[in-house]
Design a protein around this ligand. Structure first.
Ligand SMILES: C[S@@+](CC[C@H](N)C(=O)[O-])C[C@H]1O[C@@H](n2cnc3c(N)ncnc32)[C@H](O)[C@@H]1O
Length: 371
């Protein structure tokens, strides 16, 4: 579909309830994004764009103000629509959505990504069976990767300057800052995650300057051309909702590195991940400070949108008192191939996914800023 919006959202004015319709090639219309419904928005030969029951062919809704002659042949009009079901009628506000992530966010009222990570910040270390051990391991792996990919950095007498633009609670920032010969700066969109990083760094007596910053404007938060390596690990970049946003972030990262320096991303390989709904992703059970934590995610895919619901159950062992945290976010299930293309477009050379990623748990993508 080259020209129409990817989805349309109906908001019922009386109670703000929403229904999402996603473009469906087979019907040349929009299909309600709900299982077991047969409602389509299609262009009718006599009535123009209508909502209809695909089984009974009954008309269920119509635009109120846009006459058929003024309607596009490609997509339903925005504005007021009216539905009729027996003797009941409702008025809707209809809007076009141009990115599926935008559509899914609107439908499921996903909180902004900083809120998702703010909510999780105090628990995030529990994702790892042993956070400190993971930090040590990731530091070793990343440092080997950096030295192998950019050998001149191994030989330079100065410390390697690294900027982590999605540091979270500091898994990789702390890992590298703890090694000799690395100077690390870190930023993230979640200020609560940064707070966690700051506390950990203080305990470990590590100096890591931090700031709250959206990676799409990393070049406005950090000095341009001043880092050897800019990194973003653990599938952070796919939190951005579109190719355009990812390109913006990659260009900002490139602006932060010195000529000859590199960008290092680690992301999931979505081509290898099963699509579908209701996928259970357990992290495990952890015991900490007299509490038991059970952590798991539920993944739902709608085309290339991966909705993630994070559940954390916290039990006070002595009293059995239980607290449940549920937080939602969305990833753009971008392929590695597409990400490499965007890295190239952002001005990086030698973009590739590393064949030998030193055992790092995710594919590692690298590219170098031309001298
Ligand atoms: C999966 S976590 C990984 C954090 C850290 N790298 C780690 O491995 O522990 C993703 C991180 O990306 C951050 N993030 C998402 N979108 C961002 C954006 N637009 N700018 C900066 N950080 C962002 C989140 O706040 C979160 O801390």
């Amino acid at each position: 579909m080259a020209t129409g919006p990817i989805a349309v959202l109906f908001r019922r004015l009386i109670d703000n309830q929403t229904e999402l319709f996603i473009f469906n090639e087979k019907s040349a219309g929009y299909k309600m994004a709900k299982r077991d419904t047969n409602i389509l928005i299609v262009k009718h030969k006599d009535f123009g764009w209508i909502g209809t029951n695909a089984i009974t062919a009954e008309i269920t809704s119509r635009p109120w103000n846009v006459p058929e002659a003024e309607q596009s042949s490609l997509f339903p009009p925005e504005g007021e629509w009216v539905s009729k079901n027996g003797h009941k009628s409702y008025v809707y506000e209809v809007v076009h959505l141009n990115a599926l992530n935008e559509a899914v966010d609107a439908k499921y009222e996903t909180p902004p990504v900083d809120i998702f990570y703010d909510n999780l910040a105090a628990y995030y270390h529990l994702i790892f069976e042993d956070f400190d051990e993971s930090v040590t391991q990731q530091g070793r792996q990343l440092s080997n990767i950096i030295h192998t990919t950019w050998p001149s950095l191994r030989n330079q007498s100065l410390a390697v300057k690294v900027l982590d633009v999605s540091c979270g609670i500091g898994t990789q920032s702390i890992a590298l800052a703890a090694l000799p010969n690395y100077i690390v700066s870190a930023s993230d969109i979640s200020h609560q995650a940064i707070e966690q990083l700051n506390n950990r760094a203080a305990k470990l007596k590590l100096s890591i300057p931090t700031s709250t910053c959206d990676m799409r404007v990393a070049d406005k938060c950090h000095s341009p051309a001043s880092f050897d390596i800019v990194m973003s690990a653990d599938n952070s970049v796919p939190h951005l909702k579109s190719d355009a946003d990812i390109l913006l972030a990659l260009k900002a990262m490139v602006a932060c590195i010195k000529p000859g320096g590199g960008v290092l991303l680690t992301i999931r390989d979505y081509d290898k991940i099963t699509r579908g709904l209701n996928q259970f992703k357990p992290y495990g059970v952890r015991i900490e400070n007299g509490r038991r934590f059970i952590l798991y995610q539920i993944w739902d895919f709608e085309r290339d949108v991966n909705r993630v619901t994070f559940h954390i159950i916290e039990e006070v062992l002595e009293t059995g008192m239980t607290n449940v945290l549920v937080s939602r976010s969305v990833y753009y299930a971008i392929s590695i191939k597409k990400m490499l293309q965007l890295m190239y477009k952002a001005g990086l050379m030698g973009v590739k996914v590393l064949e030998d990623n030193e055992g790092f748990y995710q594919p590692v993508l690298v590219g170098t800023k031309p001298e």
